[in-house]
Design a protein around this ligand. Structure first.
Ligand SMILES: C[S@@+](CC[C@H](N)C(=O)[O-])C[C@H]1O[C@@H](n2cnc3c(N)ncnc32)[C@H](O)[C@@H]1O
Length: 262
């Protein structure tokens, strides 16, 4: 699913899908994105990729801090940065003194000052993923790691009957967080690929009925320019599926890792 919406409260997503206003979304965010089980899975996956020697980590697009506050390891100081005031207000209660309002393209940290930077569910939202990768490379020390979700839309294809309906359109969509593209941007800024990991999006399994709602709301519009005839055809196919309210499998998100060269 395309949950587009970038900095400045949801403007400027490069025409990908419905604009999502994170200033308004903050009140519902934790309840509607898999809550604690998803956040715990994401945080544990990030921690698996952080070197044991790391002392500082900045979680970009920390949102409400639900994931960030769970990235906990003895000796590791964790900071959060987000562009949306309302998301950050909640994050500030979870990360007292360690939450900063910032655009991920212009971080208030000196060059080579951090051991790790994470970005869970950010790069798929914005048309300027290369700038975010470049900024992360700037603030990382040699040997430091960038950990980021990639291929988010593709992760939602769990091989279900819903995916069989959506797949032809999904495969045509060029997402800004394509692993191959992010790896290319990373290489251009001295970040070498390293083994990554996955985490389960607990509570994120799609139902046919909810998928029709999202379809009608324009979530997938960027995949096919929102042609109303296509929308109607897809909605009819989804409505014909059995078990309209039974969630299909949870998605499995991919976390890529890149190491800053010396
Ligand atoms: C889908 S939420 C992810 C939040 C959190 N990482 C999580 O996994 O729950 C995306 C977040 O990205 C933030 N965001 C979008 N564009 C940004 C930018 N250019 N710089 C910093 N934050 C940004 C939004 O405000 C929102 O809080």
């Amino acid at each position: 699913m395309s949950e587009a919406g970038g900095v400045n409260g949801g403007r400027g997503n490069g025409g990908r899908g419905t604009l999502l206003d994170y200033e308004a979304e903050a009140a519902h965010y934790d309840r509607t994105r898999g809550g604690v089980p998803r956040a715990e899975a994401a945080a544990q996956a990030v921690l698996r990729l952080v070197p044991a020697s790391a002392r500082t980590l900045l979680d970009l697009a920390c949102g409400t801090g639900l994931v960030t506050e769970r990235i906990v390891r003895t000796g590791l100081s964790v900071y959060g940065a987000d562009a949306a005031h309302a998301m950050l207000r909640t994050a500030a209660t979870r990360l007292p003194g360690r939450a900063v309002r910032a655009d991920a393209r212009r971080l208030p940290f000196p060059d080579a000052s951090l051991d790790a930077v994470s970005a869970v569910w950010l790069l798929h939202l914005v048309p300027f993923a290369p700038e975010i990768v470049a900024e992360a490379a700037r603030v990382l020390r040699p040997g430091g790691v960038l950990i980021a979700t990639v291929d988010k839309d593709a992760s939602h294809d769990v091989g279900s009957d819903i995916d069989a309906v959506l797949r032809p359109l999904r495969s045509a969509a060029a997402a800004p967080d394509r692993a191959e593209a992010v790896t290319r941007h990373a290489a251009a800024h001295g970040l070498a690929p390293a083994p990554g990991t996955h985490f389960v999006g607990h509570g994120q399994g799609a139902t046919p009925r909810a998928t029709v709602r999202k379809l009608r709301g324009g979530y997938f519009a960027s995949w096919y320019d929102g042609d109303p005839a296509v929308t109607d055809t897809l909605a009819a196919a989804l409505t014909a599926l059995p078990h309209q309210d039974r969630p299909r499998d949870d998605p499995r998100y991919r976390l890529a890792r890149f190491v800053r060269r010396g």
